[in-house]
Ligand binder design. Structure first.
Ligand SMILES: Nc1ncnc2c1ncn2[C@@H]1O[C@H](COP(=O)(O)OP(=O)(O)OP(=O)(O)O)[C@@H](O)[C@H]1O
Ligand SMILES: [Mg+2]
Length: 244
């Protein structure tokens, strides 16, 4: 479903991704790991065409999106449900209005239909009680859940993209969000989770891509990740040993 062919990307002089290639099929559950500033968020932005590569091709569902114009990218974006790292909700709107925002913008649903849809989405992510909370009344975990509910509002995505969905959460909430991610992907929808928490990557993914210095230094299953002798990967894995 997602093909990166020799993709390079830089922010001005700063080379972030150096000639990377990978394929992710429909329904795959992939974790993209790597250090801060390694280009993980950049990859997600490239997948949905928010950024353009300097060189290489990006193909989504057989369509080369590399040179598509903004209006042509809408169809591509509809295939994905994205929760961005900053997961920004609108501060001036309550939970209901945040989730309803895209429904109001992009659909002709009536007020009653919107209300029912918001209830349904908040129930899926387990924060139905917070429908009329303002965003500053939400805990970090609730905030992520609302952001996920909002990302589910419009489309029936073919793939979920989560950018650091569990970062900064306490262990219980991190586990709950991982369970939610697994739950949402149960019917064969794939997901890509971008994270530097290897513990959460192992909870939700069965394929692991590790980025370092703009390149993919590891791409494999759980056993390949866990037995890696790449020093950076081993440092990430030491997070697991600290708790066992
Ligand atoms: N809009 C921008 N302009 C210039 N440089 C940027 C911009 N966005 C990101 N960068 C730089 O690009 C590099 C990669 O950023 P990216 O956000 O993809 O990293 P990341 O792997 O997601 O990091 P983190 O784990 O901290 O979220 C970083 O060095 C960052 O400073
Ligand atoms: Mg990031």
């Amino acid at each position: 479903m997602i093909v990166f062919e020799k993709v390079s990307f830089s922010y001005s002089e700063n080379l972030i991704l150096n000639n990377i290639s990978f394929k992710i099929g429909e329904g795959e559950k992939v974790a993209i790991l790597g250090g801060s500033g390694g280009g993980k968020t950049t990859i997600l932005k490239l997948i949905v065409g928010l950024l353009k590569p300097d060189s290489g091709r990006i193909i989504i569902d057989g369509v080369d999106i590399t040179d598509l114009e903004e209006d042509e990218l809408m169809e591509v974006r509809r295939k994905f449900s994205i929760v961005f790292q900053d997961g920004a909700l609108f501060d001036s709107l309550n939970v209901k209005e945040n989730v309803a925002f895209c429904l109001r913008e992009y659909t002709n649903m009536t007020e009653k239909e919107i209300d029912e849809k918001v209830d349904e989405l908040l129930t899926i992510v387990g924060v139905e009680h917070a429908k009329y909370y303002m965003t500053d009344e939400l805990s970090g975990g609730m905030h992520r859940r609302v952001a996920i509910a909002r990302s589910l509002a419009v489309s029936k995505p073919k793939m979920f993209l989560y950018d650091e969905a569990t970062t900064g959460l306490d262990p219980v909430n991190a586990l709950n969000i991982c369970n939610l991610i697994n739950e949402l992907s149960k019917n064969g929808t794939g997901h890509i989770i971008v994270t530097h928490r290897v513990i959460d990557a192992l909870r939700v993914a069965d394929r692991f891509i590790f980025l370092k210095d703009g390149q993919i230094v590891l791409d494999g299953d759980r056993s390949i990740l866990l037995s890696s002798n790449i020093s950076d990967v081993m440092i990430f894995l030491s997070e697991l040993k600290q708790i066992s």
